[in-house]
Design a protein around this ligand. Sequence first.
Ligand code: ZNH
Length: 141
Amino acid sequence: PFSASDRHDITHLWEKMAPNVEFLGEEAMERLFKSHPKTKTYFSHLNVEHGSAAVRAQGAKVLNAIGHASKNLDHLDEALSNLSDKHAHDLRVDPGNFHLLCHNILVVLAIHFPEDFTPRAHAAFDKFLAAVSETLYSKYR
Ligand code: ZNH
């Protein structure tokens, strides 16, 4: 359950991110790959080098899904249903990878929106990303 201040902070951070999903998403993916190289194995069919258009596109997709989730905080299961089917049945991403990506998204927010990334907003967004992740791996078994 998200408090009123969680909702405010999540919505506010999403509004800051929305105009720059490609740039911010690319950086989050690149940081994920650099700090946890094993995560690259899921993307072996794509070019994951610095500056790759495929990484930019993937980062934008991830952040746009997070934006969609931020507008559906009370029914993440329905809002992310297709995506969670895809991660469970098709992509088979090990659930242990989700928090690594979430961490890197938080790092990117902290770097680019230092004024907005207060301890309170940090905690709210962390909780939100954990809820999104949990929804995405909820169908694994
Ligand atoms: Zn994921 C895909 C989101 C996590 C891996 N993804 C994807 C997409 C999206 C996403 C939106 C697209 C889909 C379509 O197109 O249909 N993810 C997401 C989110 C998250 C995630 C939101 C969290 C938060 N993923 C993840 C992880 C991993 C992954 C952690 C590993 C590491 N994904 C993936 C892959 C893919 C995806 C591999 C596919 C790619 C291509 O293109 O092929």
